[in-house]
Design a protein around this ligand. Structure first.
Ligand code: GDP
Length: 520
């Protein structure tokens, strides 16, 4: 996966580490400040029950191929701004309620499930297999954020991405960016050519522009299905769902329904009535009430399960997303969730993880390491300045397509805001920074994270920050190009480059401090 490493980044050494537990990689990555770290366990030997009891962290049970059953595909929607992602999600969500098995009102929980119209009658026990084959789970947040959240730590739970392309505009900047991300993640793709109801829609030209961007659809003798739709009118949206289900069958998506529970947190929040809640996308096993879960440094005894229609349910199966209450701490988005057998075991795991965290922190605080990190930063600074000195290109024109959000700014009357965009080198650092942000959220100042992502600072980031009078944090990313730096300077958008997290956090604290109301 060399393509992950930013071009121009200084690499001195590449090596492999083999270990028996994922945590070891994370600890190493933190201490050694890896630019890139991936975790794979191709040949892990199943361990005995006794060994598992002895091991202190959770070990996922080995998969038993005989118990695998089909599961619904998990689908994210991506594409250029204004090409119709939100409209498509709205239509899908709405059609679900209209055809409604339960006639409820959809709740935003981060994901929702859609059944084929002709298969939307409540499943009987006998038709359960059929039912498993006729559903699709859609991640509810359009755009990169959802996809990225599901991809953190190299393991991603998105099976298929629907790439929405406007039939009047063809492939634009963020379409190309999405294609690159989908290919990098080796995720399946289905194209939705949208807005075919418009008089100037040109499906053929759109497919040609996709071909030029490296996406060959079946009509162009490629392998990627494309469905012409109108998200606004609902034309062919059913057909799109059918294509997704067909694709899921080809991919032979399966999971065990009766094994240890595993899942991923899509989002988490604090609810007035229910307390700390997290939406968990189940990837394995069946989650039930009263189950014990661990997630990062949090644990839960599952109190309430709520589905995407707001109904309280007794269980959730693989590829289903449910809101889970009963957490001691708020779990982080993207974190892995594991089922454990007892409260005692959950406590044991968390205690062990806390101890590990403390050990790592002590190591990180050690003077020697600080010193070598500072040296590394100095070297990086020098390298960056050299890069900056090398040639200045003409800045491109900027686009202004954030009028809607601009209006939000004008109408806003809450506490002062610190608005910013975060760009980082890898998902791991992004996640680490986001975790820090939680610590600095308070009532007097709102931390307004406009966007975040992996990769270098782009013009889009600058335009977005500008609209909100914000700034950009760039963590360990390749140095900003002189042309972009000029745009940033011209627009008064500070681009704050850091490669040590605590320095970034210090910087953020200063920004917060600067906006706090004076003490009375
Ligand atoms: P997003 O930025 O990709 O989420 O795009 P939106 O879903 O917000 O759509 C942008 C604009 O395009 C909105 O004004 C929609 O009403 C419009 N739009 C979306 N889909 C269609 C469509 O199929 N036909 C037409 N005519 N307009 C559409």
């Amino acid at each position: 996966s060399l393509s992950y490493i930013s071009p121009g980044a200084p690499i001195d050494l590449m090596f492999w580490v083999l270990a028996d537990q994922e945590q070891i990689f994370r600890d190493l990555a933190k201490i050694l400040k890896f630019r890139y770290c991936t975790v794979a366990n191709p040949h892990v030997q199943p361990i005995s029950k006794e060994e598992e009891e002895k091991s202190l962290d959770v070990m996922p049970e080995p998969v038993d191929p005989r118990r695998l059953q089909p599961r619904a595909p998990v689908v994210a929607i991506m594409g250029h701004v204004d090409h119709g992602k939100t409209t498509l999600l709205d239509h899908l969500r709405h059609s679900r309620v209209v055809d409604g098995e339960f006639g409820g009102i959809t709740q935003h929980i981060g994901a929702f499930s859609v059944a084929l119209t002709n298969a939307s009658s409540p499943p009987s026990k006998q038709s359960v297999d059929q039912e498993l084959f006729s559903r699709v789970t859609f991640l509810d947040t359009p755009g990169h954020a959802a996809f990225k959240a599901m991809r953190s730590r190299g393991a991603h739970a998105t099976d298929i991405v629907v790439l929405v392309v406007d039939a009047c505009e063809g492939v634009l900047e963020q379409t190309a960016e999405s294609i690159r991300m989908i290919k990098e993640a080796k995720t399946e793709m289905v194209v939705a050519v949208n807005k075919i109801d418009k008089p100037n829609a040109d499906v053929k030209a759109t497919l040609e522009s996709l071909a030029s961007a490296g996406v060959l659809v079946t009509e162009m003798k490629g392998h990627i299905p494309a469905v012409p739709i109108s998200a606004l009118k609902g034309t062919n949206v059913d057909q799109l769902v059918e294509v997704l289900i067909q694709k899921a069958r080809e991919l032979d998506l399966t999971a065990e329904y009766d094994s240890q529970v595993e899942g991923k947190v899509i989002e988490s929040s604090v609810d007035k009535g229910l307390g700390k809640i997290a939406t968990v996308l189940i990837t394995r096993g069946t989650l039930k009430k009263k189950d014990f879960l661990v997630c990062g440094l949090s644990r839960a005894k599952v109190k309430v399960l709520i589905d995407d229609l707001g109904n309280r349910v007794d269980q959730a199966v693989p590829s289903q997303a449910v809101k889970v209450s009963g957490w001691k701490e708020l779990p982080g988005a993207g974190d892995h969730v594991y089922g454990v057998k007892s409260e005692k075991r959950a406590h044991e795991v968390i205690t062990w993880r806390e101890k590990q965290e403390k050990k790592v922190k002590e190591l990180l605080d050690a003077e020697e390491i600080q010193k070598s990190r500072e040296e590394a930063q100095e070297q990086y600074e020098e390298y960056r300045i050299q890069k900056l000195k090398a040639g200045v290109r003409k800045p491109k024109y900027m686009r202004h397509d954030f009028q809607v959000r601009r209006k939000e700014v004008e109408e806003y009357s809450g506490p002062p805001k610190v608005s910013f965009v975060i760009k980082a080198d890898v998902d791991g650092s992004l996640e680490a920074i986001m975790n820090c942000l939680d610590l600095y959220t308070n009532e007097d100042v709102v931390l307004d994270l406009l966007d975040f992502g992996v990769g270098e600072v782009t013009e889009n980031d600058i335009v977005l920050a500008k609209q909100f009078d914000g700034f950009i944090f760039a963590f360990n990313t390749p140095p900003i190009t002189p042309a972009r730096l000029k745009i940033a300077l011209d627009n008064d958008v500070p681009v704050k480059e850091h490669n040590i997290i605590y320095k970034l956090v210090d910087d953020l604290k200063q920004e917060i401090g600067g906006r706090l109301p004076p003490l009375e």
